[in-house]
Design a protein around this ligand. Structure first.
Ligand code: ADP
Ligand code: MG
Length: 918
């Protein structure tokens, strides 16, 4: 060990010494300074120091806070910087007792603060000199002690390093004074704890950073909570991964202001005093440990740090957790370092004394081991060394202040303390930034963000669902509205169509009714015409009948008178009765004879009259009389003839007829003599012309005889006259049926086929024409060839024949039309079936009015039946109907044709097609 004589003690020491605890410092194996080789010990001397690992100390260079902050950036996230334990020595001034007791003695130490040296006197002429990082004289102020010993550590803690400030020394040398003075009575007296907290609180932002403290006492290997004395056996927990130790059982009080911290320290002091009283010890025997946890968020001010190291891809930049620095300042006020045996007076057993000092001696052993770079450091030997594992040989920045007293009496203890300090100076720490990502805070932040997002999502989801629901409701409304509208529209349309339909039905019904009325009118009209004609005829017949009846009545009256005369004369002439009877018989014979004569005379008379009739016909044929159109005219001819023969003739014929007897006349029809037959048939024909006789003739078998004559006779005159008679008889409906039932149609057809005389044909045609007018006989007549026979007769060009044919066709058509209107006929007309249409159309505009009228009527009748329309159109009948409806001179026929055309849809359609404006 190098020694040097004390070159005078520097006291006080001017200027402010920077005391930095981050620089590498080379030191010799012994720290005892060789006077001639010593170098000033300064933290700033790192630049010329021979660093073990050559890591620059720039990070801990400047002392100002601003500079310090700027300096913390490092390429390495958690740089480990070698940092030796810094040791300062502080000398307590002499107290009153020492001033008195040691008044004659010099202090055992001499300080050279400017040289940072301490001389420990061995004797009056010899002293050992020791170099320390800082030498604080008895005049050193608390402020200065704080600044050189504690502030660098505090600043390191604020930067995120662990820091330890520890006082070591004999009891009564000022450890507590240095560390724990509250300075309430004198601000200048404030110790390191209070000042540290002042600096910490001044530097942190309580919004983002937090400061919390635990305050503990370690006594006899038991850790007590000075903030909660009941908690007196706190266990140390070590993180097996990092080796970090913690005291989860200790109270951790968050500090937000200086005053509450001071209160806390005072409370701790009170508790410490109470505890030591209870344990029958003194505070000097226990270790007091203050732990200050500084947790700082450096998100904003050191943003570049994490991205620079390139460990984080850009994609997670936004999720980069905030960086926190957790510095822990441990301030340890150790138990007195004096040897235990010196305090044996305190009444502890040796074992107790060993236990009391176990932690302190273990600390000494650890520091020795560290100082000697020993492979094994017995940290686990005591709780104190376990707690201070990071402070010595760990990652903390550690500053040790050793306190010594000036008294030579305690020179041994002082020397021991100095040696402890010297060894501690050799302890090399690897200070390491306690920086980590604050995943919890990030997680919290992310949780908050997530919750916000979840809430927002829920809100949006709700809004979306509401919107969907609103849209659905709206759509439903619209749909139902559309449905309602559709139904309304449908209803309206439906009622409109129903109304239209009903209107159409009504119109059609009206039209139908009108048509029916029209039809009825036209029928009534045409029938009325026929009936009126028939009525006129009947009236005439009735008049005749009346006259005949009156004549017969006159006869009856005359006979009655005769009978009464006879009766009156009977009584008087009883005797003459037989005579008269005989006379009567004779008279009867006479009468019969006369009657035969009368019959002959009468037939002769009729022959004469018929001959005159023939003459007249011949005359007519010569064109004097043109319009002979019906069988009615035959009757009128007979009448005319009779009239021509004189008014007196007819009653005489009648009389003759009565006298001869019908039966006899009819029997003459079959007489062998042809002349008689001719006369007889002429008589019968004449009689048949009188309606009054017709019944009798038929009753007497006249009709049958006449029909038989058609068959049996070859004589055309007989045929002609017989046909005329049949024609007259055929005016009666009963007779018509009789004629039909007796094969009249075939007989008449045969007659027509063989006839050459137009008059014969005229008669035959007239007979058939009459039959044509019977509704009941239509199909039978047609079936037996009636229509064909009629049509066959037109081969004769005589207009009289044509007129009868036309009449027959008109009659037939009339009946068919009636049948179709009654619904009993639906098929097309037999006339059309039998080929009559061509002739009808051909003669529709015949110049002979007797033909034309009948044809016109026939056309109208045919056209009544819609079934005939198509054939009529094809046969050219439509043109004739149109002509009739326009040009017919007879107004009634013209109107009928018009109505017929109007009421037929087929004709209407055809006319539209042919563009016939109608
Ligand atoms: P320790 O804690 O080491 O046992 P203390 O701090 O209790 O010692 O100090 C013992 C006494 O010495 C106290 O009365 C204290 O006021 C006084 N004292 C200690 N250091 C100084 C100093 N530097 N200046 C003035 N008085 C001091
Ligand atoms: Mg003390």
């Amino acid at each position: 060990m190098a020694t040097s004589s004390g070159g005078g003690s520097g006291s006080g020491g001017g200027g402010t010494y920077s005391y930095r605890n981050g620089a590498t410092h080379s030191h010799k194996s012994s720290s005892k300074l060789d006077t001639h080789t010593h170098k000033p010990l300064s933290l700033n001397s790192s630049s010329n120091s021979s660093s073990k690992n050559h890591v620059k100390s720039k990070s801990l260079g400047p002392s100002s806070t601003t500079q310090r902050r700027n300096s913390t950036t490092s390429k390495d996230h958690h740089p480990s910087v070698p940092g030796r334990v810094r040791v300062a020595v502080r000398l307590r001034p002499r107290n009153a007792e020492e001033s008195v007791a040691d008044a004659d003695f010099a202090d055992c130490v001499e300080l050279q603060p400017e040289l940072k040296r301490l001389k420990l006197r061995k004797n009056n002429w010899d002293a050992d000199t020791y170099a320390f990082d800082e030498v604080l004289t008895e005049f050193a102020s608390q402020k200065r002690v704080y600044e050189v010993v504690a502030r660098p550590v505090v600043e390191s803690v604020l930067d995120g390093y662990n820091g330890t400030i520890m006082a070591y020394g004999q009891t009564g040398t000022g450890k507590t004074y240095t560390l724990g003075r509250l300075g309430e009575e004198d601000t200048a007296a404030r110790g390191i704890m209070v000042r540290s907290m002042e600096d910490i609180l001044a530097d942190v932002s309580l919004e983002t950073d937090s400061v919390s403290v635990s305050y503990l006492q370690l006594y006899m290997e038991s850790i007590q909570d000075l903030l909660d004395p009941a908690n007196d056996n706190i266990t140390i927990v070590e993180d097996p991964r990092t080796g970090d130790v913690s005291l989860p059982g200790a109270s951790l009080v968050e500090i937000r202001d200086q005053q509450s911290f001071v209160e806390l320290l005072r409370l701790g002091e009170v508790h410490r005093f109470a505890a030591n009283t209870k344990l029958n010890t003194e505070s000097s025997r226990s270790h007091a440990i203050l732990m200050v946890h500084v947790r700082r968020s450096i998100k904003g001010r050191d943003a570049g740090h994490s991205s620079e190291n390139g460990n984080h891809p850009h994609s997670v930049k936004s999720l980069k957790p905030p960086v926190v620095r957790k510095g822990k300042l441990v301030v340890v006020d150790l138990a007195g370092s004096e040897r235990i045996d010196k305090s044996g007076s305190e009444g502890h057993t040796l074992e107790e004394a060993k236990s009391i000092n176990l932690s302190l001696s273990a600390l000494g052993k650890c520091i020795n081991a560290l100082a000697e770079n020993s492979a094994h450091v017995p940290f686990r030997d005591s709780k104190l060394t376990r707690l201070l594992r990071d402070s010595f040989g760990g990652t903390a920045r550690t500053s040790l202040v050793i306190t010594i007293g000036p008294s030579p009496k305690h020179r041994g203890e002082t020397a021991s303390t100095i040696m402890f300090g010297q060894r501690a100076m050799k302890v090399e720490n690897m200070v390491k930034l306690k920086e980590e990502f604050d995943y919890k805070s990030l997680a919290r932040k992310l949780d908050v963000e997530l919750d916000k997002l979840i809430m927002e999502h829920e809100r949006q989801q709700k809004a979306f669902e509401d919107e969907i629901e609103r849209m659905a409701t709206e759509a439903q409304h619209r749909l139902s509205e559309a449905e309602r509208n559709y139904i309304d529209l449908l209803e309206k349309e439906k009622s409109k169509y129903e109304k239209d339909y009903m209107d159409s039905i009504r119109k059609l019904e009206d039209q139908l009714a009108m048509n029916q009325r029209k039809n009825e009118d036209s029928h009534i009209k045409s029938r009325a015409e026929v009936y009126s004609e028939e009525l006129a005829d009947l009236k005439k017949m009735l008049q005749k009948e009346t006259l005949l009846r009156k004549a017969a009545e006159g006869e009856v009256n005359h006979l009655k008178i005769q009978v009464s005369e006879l009766k009156m004369s009977e009584a008087s002439r009883k005797s003459e009765i037989l005579k008269v009877h005989k006379m009567l018989e004779e008279e009867v014979h006479q009468k019969e004879k006369l009657e035969r004569e009368i019959a002959i005379l009468q037939s002769q008379l009729l022959q004469l009259s018929l001959e005159s009739d023939q003459t007249r016909h011949q005359f007519e044929r010569d064109g004097l009389e043109k319009d002979v159109s019906s069988v009615d005219s035959l009757t009128s001819q007979v009448k005319h003839q009779q009239q021509a023969s004189g008014n007196g003739e007819k009653p005489s014929i009648a009389k003759l007829f009565e006298q001869v007897g019908l039966q006899k006349i009819l029997s003459l029809l079959e007489a062998e003599d042809a002349d008689v037959r001719i006369h007889a048939v002429k008589v019968v024909a004449n009689l048949a012309a009188e309606e009054a006789n017709q019944g009798k003739i038929v009753e007497a078998g006249g009709l049958t005889s006449l029909l038989r004559l058609l068959q049996s006779s070859q004589d055309e005159t007989i045929h002609r006259v017989a046909a005329g008679a049949i024609a007259n008889l055929a005016m009666n409906e009963t007779n018509q049926e009789l004629i039909m039932s007796q094969g009249g149609i075939s007989l008449l057809s045969m007659t027509a086929a063989s006839a050459e005389d137009p008059q014969t044909l005229r008669m035959v045609a007239g007979a058939i024409a009459n039959l044509c007018g019977n509704d009941k006989l239509q199909s039978k007549l047609r079936g037996e060839g009636g229509i064909k026979a009629l049509l066959g007769m037109v081969r004769c060009r005589h207009p009289d024949v044509h007129a009868q044919v036309a009449r027959g066709i008109a009659n037939f058509a009339k009946c068919e039309s009636r049948a179709s209107s009654l619904g009993t006929k639906s098929a097309r007309s037999f006339l059309i079936e039998d080929g009559a249409l061509a002739w009808i159309v051909q003669n529709a505009n015949n110049e002979a009015s007797s033909i034309r009228r009948h044809i016109e009527l026939a056309l109208c009748h045919l056209a009544q039946h819609e079934t005939n329309a198509r054939d009529m159109i094809n046969g050219g009948a439509l043109w004739e109907l149109v002509r009739i409806s326009r040009d017919c001179s007879r107004e009634d026929i013209k109107t009928l044709a018009h109505r017929t055309l109007v009421s037929s849809p087929t004709f209407q359609a055809e006319m539209r097609r042919m563009r016939i404006s109608y």
